[in-house]
Write a protein that binds this ligand. Structure first.
Ligand SMILES: Nc1ncnc2c1ncn2[C@@H]1O[C@H](COP(=O)(O)OP(=O)(O)OP(=O)(O)O)[C@@H](O)[C@H]1O
Ligand SMILES: [Mg+2]
Length: 244
């Protein structure tokens, strides 16, 4: 049985790090259920474990204990190779610092996830150009990152995250390095992509204005995750379909 793409569950997930003699328990029993097409924000103090949680959700890291179910499939016991194949097919990442490769053009950067999948160069470039067009960067395909503004770099990074048609888009402070207007536009783009393509989006942010534009808001503190009250009906912000 296959659940809809992009749905996930964490069940009593714990994560500890040991550095020398000191063990720090960062996640202390996190339960999370995200449905396909959800648009979720996670806020929390610095050091509270947001990035740790995102790395687990995105299959970059494993819980110390607990279960991780992706689209109805328990992935907790998968080996490294299976995990990275699943990650490449299923998850797109966007980071605060963009993480574009400096020597590659915008189009070549967007091709990277397809190249890892073995897609031919011509097809990869065609798909990269199409998605760059979609994010409003059609006239910058040949620019290198140092020839782009911060907001433009983040658009390229979003295009790279989406070019492989992932079910799940994970963004770790995607607007953290952008000015207010550019952050607004970038959020607008993520909202549109969520509504248009049904991609499930999880955004880590320190910015309450960003969180307000999401349909579900969560907070992590003391190693545990809590859902905040739903947005009041009629409140402005998201263009995503209203949840029942
Ligand atoms: N690889 C690691 N080894 C040891 N400790 C780690 C490791 N990664 C994270 N930590 C610790 O786990 C805690 C949570 O870190 P994390 O990066 O998840 O926080 P965060 O909520 O993303 O913070 P910020 O808002 O500053 O990005 C911190 O105390 C950090 O020192
Ligand atoms: Mg972080």
């Amino acid at each position: 049985m296959t659940a809809p793409r992009g749905a996930l569950r964490l069940i009593d997930v714990r994560k500890s790090y040991r550095v020398g003699p000191v063990t720090t328990e960062v996640l202390r029993g996190v339960d999370l259920e995200i449905k396909a097409g959800d648009l979720v924000s996670i806020m929390g103090p610095s050091g509270s474990g947001k990035t740790t949680l995102m790395n687990i959700v995105g299959l970059l890291d494993r819980p110390s204990t607990g279960r991780h179910v992706l689209d109805g499939r328990d992935v907790s016991g998968l080996g490294d190779d299976a995990l990275s194949r699943l990650r490449n097919a299923h998850v797109g990442f966007v980071f605060q610092a963009f993480h574009l490769l400096p020597r590659l053009t915008a189009a070549e950067n967007v091709c990277v996830p397809l190249v890892y999948r073995g897609t031919g160069r011509r097809e990869a470039l065609g798909r990269a150009r199409a998605i760059l067009e979609r994010v409003g960067m059609g006239e910058r395909v040949a620019h290198r990152p140092d020839q782009l503004s911060g907001g433009q770099k983040q658009r390229v990074a979003i295009a790279r995250a989406l070019v492989g048609m992932p079910a799940l888009l994970l963004a770790d402070e995607p607007t953290g390095a952008l000015d207010t207007d550019t952050a607004d536009e970038t959020m607008g783009l993520l909202l549109e992509l969520n509504a248009e393509q049904g991609v499930t989006v999880l955004i880590i942010t320190h910015d309450p204005a960003v969180a307000r534009r999401c349909t579900r808001r969560m907070r992590i503190d003391g190693g545990q995750l809590h859902e905040e009250d739903p947005r009041p009906p009629g409140s402005a912000g998201s263009t995503a379909p209203r949840r029942a």
